[in-house]
Design a protein around this ligand. Structure first.
Ligand code: FEO
Ligand code: CA
Ligand code: CA
Ligand code: CA
Length: 639
């Protein structure tokens, strides 16, 4: 059975990792239980008996003989510069960064990309979370563009840095959200250029601010003395969808867009917030240097501007004139995605991760109930935020972030959510990325992508901490020091109710490399084998049959500890048997992120972010992030 390798832990480390929890049992026993699916599922056999009937099994295939739920043979790892899918499937290009959404868009130049004029008329760069919506007879793909590569979007001699306000506008236009109609014709899927639904939302698009933080002093700026309207949504990473058909875009590393030209004079709360959220007050151009050309991003002039980013933003894709709404009730942190589900009593539950080392997992429960066809405009305005505490005994608690328990007002909890969570002793996690809710069983999963500082020490012998100064000791759901592979934690809410305050949890998988580590936690859990190696689980979605699709954003060197993993990839997992099988590989250098399905479930849309050249346009051309379609050759269901 897997054991902690105590050879790598000093006595001090061991002591720290066990303190201050009551030490009822050896930590190795805790880990053994965490990774034992028997203990968690209990009724797994009964649960699994209907799996073959539910699954996508090709009759007569080797998978059918094994009663596997996968309709494909495992794809071997790949290391080349293109996309691969299993035999019996095909992939095709749908849209690349810079492809037109409107016929008046400028043409993409293979060496210089898109000029500033018209840069808001094309599909954005660095595709990430996406969802498909059906509006009447129309299918709309709504897609995040997380960040921008200054190095390929600006003249080479500028070394990725804007040299003018016009350069800043160009970079801003390639980020945010693209709404685009897609349609399948004889030539396959295409973006419907000039569809009235097509829309670009970027770093200057007008937004409404809603919820407990709206109008607060900390949100007021010289351009918006009311603190209720903002311009732009930033670092749009993962996505979500509401039961009423709106898109949720999730602002992740928003801190990186702000800087200062002179040392700013800050209120105490503002300075503390900047420290916790990583907003730098050093005089430095940073990655984007927006502040060098646009005072809105200069902390010495507008110290409240960063308080207006870091939220979940709701967008109605069916109305291209609608104003996106920043839903501050759902908290401010480095939002990865937003997985929503309706509780038995009709309240809306939204699970969310804060993707930074040692930050937390959150849940939000609406005050009001969702009624299909009813008014949904204020459903995300009021509710209760909770943060997760995981116990070693495989139980967990959602701790409410209330004024009484945090000493903060409702508005302060919404703006400085991380500090509120620290006040109630939440569990530090190994970078929570996507959360996904199983539609066929009352459970949810979260990718904990990695945390190479977990259990590591500073020179003075103290443990490394998160941004709050909380030591990142090993804990049961994050049991590995120097966790370079990542794991997926899952939980089942008490009473089958996602709104419940308690849950049971286990680890669905710990990624690892059993060909390098013959035993111990770095070998991974039993559902990791030489055939399905991967690291850094990140994107995740369930299909309608209850298979969980896992996308990776990890080390693709394919050597050393990562030997045999190949390029980043997408795998499918069976929640019941635990089996995981590789389905798709991305081109060298890329992250595979973003997954959704066509209305008829015969096409998957898969995002390829930051590929290396020569993908997709060949040698000498700029590499371009893109969305590909994946279909079965017999056009059968793919999820
Ligand atoms: Fe943008 Fe945490 O991934
Ligand atoms: Ca991600
Ligand atoms: Ca990631
Ligand atoms: Ca990324």
């Amino acid at each position: 059975m897997p054991q902690i390798n105590y050879d790598e832990l000093s006595f001090d480390d061991e002591d720290e990792l066990k303190y201050p929890r009551p030490h009822r049992q050896g930590f190795d026993d805790v880990v053994d239980r965490a990774i034992s699916r028997r203990g968690f599922l209990g009724g797994a056999l009964a649960f699994g008996s209907g799996a073959a009937a539910m699954g996508l099994v090709t009759p007569g295939s080797a998978q059918a003989q094994q009663a596997s739920r996968f309709a494909f043979d495992q794809l071997p790892p790949q290391t080349d510069a293109t996309v691969h899918v299993p035999d019996g499937y095909r992939w095709d290009m749908l849209v690349r960064w810079g492809d037109p959404l409107f016929s008046d868009a400028p043409a993409f130049d293979a060496s210089s990309g898109i000029p500033t004029a018209g840069s808001d008329r094309v599909f954005g760069e660095n595709t990430d979370g996406m969802e498909l919506f059906v509006v009447g007879d129309t299918e709309l793909l709504v897609v995040n563009s997380e960040y921008v590569n200054g190095g390929v979007n600006l003249p080479a001699d500028q070394e990725g840095q804007p040299a003018s306000a016009e350069d800043v506008v160009r970079l801003q236009n390639f980020q945010g959200v693209s709404v685009m109609e897609v349609a399948e014709g004889d030539a396959g899927w295409e973006v419907v250029v000039d569809s009235p639904f097509n829309r670009r939302i970027h770093h200057r698009t007008e937004m409404q601010i809603d919820g407990p933080a709206a109008g607060h002093e900390l949100l007021k700026t010289s351009a918006d003395p009311s603190g209720t309207t903002a311009l732009g949504t930033f670092n749009n990473c993962g996505s979500g969808r509401t039961p009423w058909g709106t898109y949720l875009t999730c602002e992740e590393n928003f801190n990186g867009y702000f800087g200062t030209t002179v040392e700013p004079v800050l209120e105490e709360a503002t300075a503390a917030g900047f420290a916790r959220y990583g907003v730098s007050t050093e005089i430095d151009p940073g990655r984007y240097n927006y502040h060098g050309f646009d005072p809105r991003f200069d902390l010495s002039k507008e110290p409240n501007e960063p308080h207006r980013a870091g939220y979940i933003v709701e967008i109605d894709p069916a109305d291209p004139t609608s104003t996106p709404i920043k839903r501050t009730a759902l908290g401010r942190f480095k939002h990865e995605n937003a997985a929503s589900v309706v509780a038995p009593d009709g309240r809306v539950v939204v699970y969310m991760g804060d993707d930074e080392r040692g930050e937390y997992m959150y849940k939000w429960v609406s005050r009001d109930v969702y009624t299909p066809g009813g008014d949904t405009t204020t459903l995300l305005s009021e509710g209760q935020l909770f943060v997760a505490r995981f116990n070693d005994d495989m139980t967990g608690t959602w701790i409410a972030l209330t004024p009484e328990d945090t000493g903060m007002s409702e508005a302060e909890i919404a703006i400085f959510t991380r500090m509120a969570a620290s006040a109630v002793s939440a569990t530090t996690m190994d970078r929570p990325e996507w959360i996904a809710v199983n539609p066929t069983s009352v459970e949810a999963y979260c990718c904990l992508t990695n945390n190479t500082k977990r259990g590591e020490k500073n020179e003075d012998g103290t443990l490394k901490t998160n941004a709050a100064g909380e030591p990142m000791a090993l804990n049961a759901p994050n049991p590995r020091a120097v966790n370079q592979y990542g794991q997926i934690v899952r939980w089942r809410p008490h009473n089958g109710d996602h709104a419940a305050a308690t849950f049971e949890w286990d680890l669905y998988v710990m990624a690892g490399n059993p060909t390098v580590y013959s035993e111990g936690l770095y070998a991974g859990t039993a559902n990791i084998n030489a055939g399905n190696l991967f690291n850094a689980p990140d994107g995740m979605q369930f299909d309608s049959a209850g298979l969980v699709w896992i996308q990776t954003d990890g080390n693709d060197d394919n050597e050393g500890d990562f030997l045999g993993m190949g390029n980043n990839q997408m795998l499918a997992g069976d929640p019941v048997s635990g089996e995981i099988r590789r389905f798709l590989t991305g081109p060298k250098g890329s992250e595979v992120t973003g997954l959704t399905w066509s209305a008829d479930r015969r096409t998957m849309f898969v995002g390829i972010q930051h590929p290396a050249a020569p993908f997709p346009d060949g040698e000498g051309a700029l590499p371009r992030s893109c969305i590909v379609t994946v279909k079965r050759l017999d056009n059968a269901l793919v999820g």
